[in-house]
Every structure is written in C-alpha cells, then in structure tokens.
Ligand binder design. Structure first.
Ligand SMILES: O=C(O)CCC(=O)C(=O)O
Length: 251
C-alpha cells in the first residue's frame, strides 16, 4: 500500500480525500492505515528509543503524564528528526485538506510511551480541556475546526497495548466537564479526564483504532478519546504525537 499522502496526490486519491474530509467533519477523527513507510518508522523509533534511554538528554520535559505515563514533551527541541520528517510532511498535506487552508501551522509535539505492563490508562478527555490551567471550564464552545492532532503508531497497536479509541460525532458540542485525574493543578503534564464518561458520552459507539506501525489517527480539539494501559508482556507502544492549526501559535 502507498503511504496515504502519495495516494492522495493521484486522481483516485483526490476522490478518497474528499470522502475522508467529509467523514472527519462528521466523526471528528480518521484512522490512516499507512502515513509513513517502514524506513521512516525505523528512523523515528531509533531516535525515540535513544530519548527513552536518556542517550539524548530530554530531562527538561521528560515527565510522567499525570504522574503515571512516560511523556516527553517537544521532542523536536532535542533532535532535528522531530522537526522535519516524512510523517510531518504527510500529515501537513492531510491537515491542509482537513482544515481547508494552505499553510497549517505546527503547534506542538510529544511522545507518549507505554511499555509492556504499564497499565495506566489515558482516560476519556477532549484536548481542548488542556487549553487553560488547570482545565478549560465545562460548557466552553470548542473551536473544533481549528486544530488537528496526529497520533502516529511506531509499533503495531491494538486494544491490548493501548491503541486510540474515539467517540464519533461528539466534537461539536460545548466542552464536557473535566477534572484533574493525575498530577497537581499547576503541573503542565497533568492528566485531565471527563467526569463520569459513562453518563456524558455514548460509550457504546466508541471506536477502537488498531493500526500497523506507520499508521496514524487524526482527531480534533473536541473529539473525546481514550487509550488503555499496555496489557501485553512483550509489545511496547510508542506513540509520536503532533498537531497543526489554522491559527499561528505565536500570534
Ligand atoms: O497516547 C495516549 O495515551 C493518549 C494520546 C492523546 O490523548 C492525544 O494524542 O491527544
């Protein structure tokens, strides 16, 4: 299979792209079976592992998400591969289509690592909850058309080792009520969660997105999402996450 962005450049791809854009607007997320090829996965994973082992010093932003899960914020500050790579190129093309603009702006990047046996979940949340400290108030309108977040799998992922799950069609309503599920209120890598997700969301409609390494998901500011812990004994879950916005973060 061709990486998605190359297929999208063909006539067949353009038609597929229009369908995908429509689906993204309806559901608030997409699964992309192949964003990047195996060579790029290997290159990114090699640097990722060097960061995890401390061979590249990321200590300033290598802190546990919610005091539980390994999270390195802004890996692009520590190694050039995270500033320029085929995943960013492919995602930028997709962001152009999803945001309907020519020049999507990169906002931030991070690595979230769940090693085998790391059982902490990333609870149901909406990313816009993180826009304010300690969390954006419930009921705030969500600018769900301004921002797209890519979650790139550097390992095969499924429900056992912590693939992404989304509730479709829940991204346009005002922000749901969140609370701090881990970390202090002034901790930048605090973990936020939707209060009483069983009541607030129709979890029967939740969609799990298993992927092969090199696949990705993309979601927007308002899409509720969740990952389980890694219940395997032998399969790491390395996620490379970054986003693009129609807003210039420096403006
Ligand atoms: O990888 C995870 O566990 C959570 C990722 C996430 O919440 C996100 O990409 O917005």
């Amino acid at each position: 299979m061709q990486p998605w962005h190359r297929a999208a450049a063909s006539d067949r791809g353009s038609k597929m792209q229009a369908i995908e854009v429509e689906r993204f607007r309806r559901d608030g997320f997409l699964a992309i079976p192949q964003l990047i090829g195996a060579d790029t996965v290997a290159e990114l994973a090699g640097v990722y592992d060097a960061m995890l082992r401390g061979e590249i010093d990321c200590s300033a932003t290598d802190n546990p998400l919610g005091m539980t899960t390994r999270q390195i914020m802004v890996p692009s500050a520590y190694h050039p591969i995270f500033r320029d790579n085929p995943a960013l190129d492919a995602a930028r093309d997709i962001a152009r289509a999803l945001l309907g603009i020519d020049d999507p702006k990169p906002v931030f990047d991070m690595l979230i690592y769940k090693e085998p046996g790391q059982l902490a979940t990333t609870p149901w949340h909406q990313d816009y909850s993180y826009a304010e400290m300690p969390f954006t108030p419930a009921g705030t309108p969500v600018p769900s058309d301004e921002y797209v977040q890519f979650w790139v799998a550097l390992d095969d992922v499924d429900e056992e080792n912590g693939c992404m799950h989304f509730v479709p069609g829940a991204h346009r309503a005002p922000l749901l009520d969140h609370y701090i599920a881990g970390g202090d209120a002034d901790y930048s890598q605090r973990l936020l969660a939707i209060r009483d997700p069983e009541a607030a969301l129709d979890l029967d409609t939740a969609v799990a997105c298993p992927l092969k390494a090199g696949g990705a998901t993309v979601h927007n500011y308002g899409t509720p999402h969740f990952t389980s812990g890694n219940r395997t004994t032998d399969r790491p879950r390395r996620a490379y996450i970054f986003n693009f916005s129609s807003r210039d973060p420096r403006a």
